[in-house]
Design a protein around this ligand. Structure first.
Ligand code: SF4
Length: 297
């Protein structure tokens, strides 16, 4: 493939208060050996994520470029991601690729860098490879035609962890508003693209039954519920306590939401059971975490 971007890393730049640090990556496919995740490789065209969700444990990944408290303030676009993926396409035969597990592939920089799009263009040329695009952003619609070209070997998962946008404004202040995610789900589904709703990580929900019915009405073909994970001494625990949202850590609460979704989706669209995530009190050490979610649905 002919590189569209220069192979020499440009210096870091500030982009609307975001520190952008383009890089040449040495690897692009991260194997997922735990079959419970439902995919063989995770693919992240960016390091870091400007959505900066306050609960995001990726901020403490060992390959993070900056301090956890700076999470959301920097992003490293992997300039050579499409070319690297092309060079490794032989690994993708009859594999399922999850894009992305440690960043949002449609964060605002994608408008400029188009790295997720160009990775999808490579994956389109791998006819036995299934793809799951997971995002919080309606920006995914900019690639609608490309997504359609995959037919039924691509699914878009939209993360909608609450039905209440005021909750989203508190915990995901830089991520797209909930109504815009519903609109994106509807647009994708009406274009014939399989859509799943990821209620993950499960946050405070205003009306579980109405939430589940909303998911069904969006045209999604599936949904799943994934519980919140906390890091060791996670400051997010205090936020939950301050807002009276500690119930989101309660397994019974997750079960209540899951039951509402099971009722809203008919038998052929059964919500898939996400493996119960370990929800640890703040003082307990967290084992290494290979990805954002327990299972994709
Ligand atoms: S949870 Fe996802 S969208 Fe939010 S900051 Fe982390 S990687 Fe980005």
């Amino acid at each position: 493939m002919t590189p569209l971007l220069p192979s020499v890393e440009p210096p870091p730049t500030l982009f609307k208060d975001l520190l952008v640090e383009p890089e040449e990556s040495r690897s692009i496919l991260r194997p997922q050996r735990d079959e419970r995740y439902g995919f063989g490789f995770a693919l992240s065209p960016y390091r870091g994520c400007s959505h900066g969700c306050r609960y995001c444990y990726v901020r403490e990944y060992p390959n993070a470029l900056h301090r956890p408290e700076d999470w959301g303030g920097w992003v490293a676009p992997k300039l050579n991601a499409p070319e690297l993926l092309w060079s490794q396409r032989h690994r993708l035969h009859e594999q399922r690729v999850f894009m992305a597990s440690a960043t949002d592939p449609y964060q605002p920089l994608e408008r400029q860098y188009r790295l997720s799009r160009r990775c999808l263009e490579v994956l389109l040329l791998c006819p036995t490879t299934e793809v799951i695009v997971h995002t919080r952003s309606p920006l995914v619609l900019q690639d609608l035609d490309l997504l359609k070209a995959f037919g039924d070997r691509l699914t878009v998962g939209l993360s909608i962890p609450t039905d209440d946008d005021t909750v989203r404004q508190t915990v995901e202040p830089r991520a797209p508003a909930i109504p815009s995610r519903w609109a994106a789900a509807e647009r994708l589904a009406s274009a014939g693209i399989p859509v799943t709703i990821g209620v993950a990580p499960l946050l405070a929900v205003h009306d579980p039954q109405a939430f589940a019915r909303r998911a069904r009405a969006s045209g999604a073909t599936g949904a799943w519920v994934g519980r919140l994970r906390l890091l060791n001494q996670d400051p997010f625990y205090k936020l939950l306590a301050d807002y009276g949202w500690l119930k989101v850590l309660d397994p019974d609460y997750a079960e209540e939401i899951r039951t509402a979704f099971q009722a809203a989706f008919p038998a052929r669209r059964r919500i898939r059971e996400a493996k119960a995530a370990p929800v640890l009190p703040p003082a307990v050490a967290m084992p290494s975490q290979p990805g954002l979610f327990d299972r994709v649905g």
